[in-house]
Design a binder for this molecule. Structure first.
Ligand SMILES: Cc1ncc(COP(=O)(O)O)c(C=O)c1O
Length: 465
């Protein structure tokens, strides 16, 4: 085991855990602490340096989060290899100029992160193996243009059972992410009127795709229960893009009356609705909200789903359910396209779904996220009480928090100075300047319950103490 002898200075204004973190990080980068070394245990180092276990833990946690260390069962904390070629050509930063002023991030409330700890990695590896062993010849080629047939059949079943969507596997197109799916859809819509009505605020990732395809965006404001349908009726857009089951980012559910009005609008104006059903699996109160597509009898809804929340963002897999009347266009316009998702990953996901693991996984993850969601709300209530308003609870893996008397910039900055990363929401508004003041987004999928509790305690100190 390695001996560490940092010179820790309680008077220099830099917290002890940051000094310890910087000392170990520098040692690893400069090769003084070689890869594969085992670091002393928290208990040992805290006794040796006469500092608290928490302080050592914080430094270790930060180094693990940044990929310098790894906790190995029965071995302990081990130094990971570094790509020397990447490090050495650059002049080393002067720590006085940079790192000292920059508080390392201890708790990152990043939207989009999922709970990796609970991901069934061994099972997934087995599915990958099985996929490769079963049909190696076919899997090593491009695969069917629309996506793996077995996977699409499983998806069609899943969508009917979980989301009420009636479709055949012929209507499903596998894509690599929501943005890719949207790009593809826009190539199928041949209206001269390239204008889309979009919730404002709404998902910036989709707005960019519309813009980059030369579409104009008509921002439709939100009411307490989602998109303002009266305002939509005034719009001349030929398409509406919407997140009806869990509005992004506010989290409200579009009620049935509005859903019917929206469908009526599409029917009346001969427009399409693009339904982005990105995280509806995770609802913590009541039953899951059925999809808008489930109500669509006229074939006006183009349904978008993703595996990024319910399974793994790294799979980079999403899917479109095309209304039957768009199938001919799709086959015509995309006849020379190749499938963009690896057939190996698709087949492994088919195995995962076909063996019944997908629904079990979602059930388990719902519980995991429900607990995290509960912990976050409890912690916000416990530490901040009525100083904050929590927006968009009961579903998904993020929340909005409104804190009066402070601008979003201040909230983000003060949290950052305390080692907590929270996020502003301006990019979700059509015009970044119109955002609701004092609002931050907290994603909780990737943090442990303990980290959520501690992160909120730190936020309280940063914002109110
Ligand atoms: C509204 C919305 N749609 C879709 C996605 C997922 O996109 P992708 O399938 O590219 O991971 C997200 C996620 O981050 C989202 O917030």
């Amino acid at each position: 085991m390695l001996e560490l002898n940092p010179l820790l200075n309680k008077q220099n204004g830099v917290s002890i855990y940051v000094q310890l973190y910087q000392y170990i990080k520098k040692g690893i980068e400069e090769g003084d602490i070689p890869q594969g070394s085992r670091l002393p245990s928290i208990r040992y180092l805290s006794a040796q340096l006469k500092i608290s276990k928490n302080t050592v833990d914080n430094a270790y946690q930060q180094l693990m989060a940044e990929g310098y260390l790894e906790s190995r069962p029965r071995i302990g904390l081990t130094v990971l290899p570094l790509e020397q070629l990447l490090l050495s050509p650059f002049p080393r930063e002067n720590p006085k100029e940079s790192v000292e002023n920059e508080t390392p991030v201890r708790y990152d409330f990043k939207y989009g992160d999922i709970d990796i700890e609970s991901f069934p990695l061994q099972l997934w590896k087995r599915c990958l193996n099985k996929a490769l062993l079963d049909e190696p010849e076919q899997l090593l080629q491009y695969g069917p243009r629309q996506g793996d047939v077995g996977l699409r059949t499983e998806l069609a079943n899943y969508l009917f059972q979980a989301r009420g969507v009636r479709c055949s596997m012929e209507q499903i197109v596998i894509c690599s992410g929501t943005q890719h799916a949207l790009s593809l859809i826009l190539q199928l819509l041949h209206s001269d009127n390239r204008s889309v009505a979009m919730e404002n605020p709404g998902y910036g990732g989709s707005r960019s795709v519309f813009r980059n395809h030369g579409w104009s965006i008509d921002p439709i404001s939100l009411e307490h229960d989602g998109m303002d349908i009266e305002r939509l009726r005034e719009s001349t857009a030929s398409v509406a893009y919407i997140t009806p089951s869990h509005q992004f980012p506010y989290g409200m559910v579009l009620p049935i009356q509005k859903r019917l009005s929206l469908l009526e609008w599409a029917n009346h104006t001969e427009s399409f609705i693009i339904e982005d059903d990105y995280d509806s699996e995770f609802r913590y109160q009541g039953r899951p909200i059925p999809s808008l597509k489930a109500l669509d009898t006229k074939g006006n809804v183009i349904y978008l789903g993703t595996y990024s929340k319910a399974f793994l963002p790294a799979a980079r897999m999403s899917y479109i359910v095309l209304p039957k009347r768009l199938l001919e266009v799709y086959h015509h316009k995309c006849r020379d396209y190749s499938q963009s998702v690896s057939p190996i990953i698709q087949k492994a996901l088919y195995v995962f779904m076909n063996e019944g693991h997908f629904t079990g996984h979602i059930r388990r993850m719902r519980k995991v996220y429900q607990k995290k969601h509960h912990t976050l709300i409890q912690a916000l209530n416990k530490y901040m009480g009525n100083r904050v308003e929590i927006i968009g609870q009961k579903a998904g893996i993020h929340l909005l928090v409104k804190v009066t008397n402070m601008s979003t910039e201040e909230l983000v900055k003060n949290a950052g100075a305390a080692g907590v990363k929270v996020y502003g929401t301006s990019s979700y508004w059509m015009d970044g300047k119109e955002t609701e003041p004092s609002l931050v987004m907290l994603g909780f999928g990737g943090l442990s319950e303990e980290a959520i509790e501690r992160g909120v305690a730190e936020l309280y100190k940063a914002w109110f103490a």
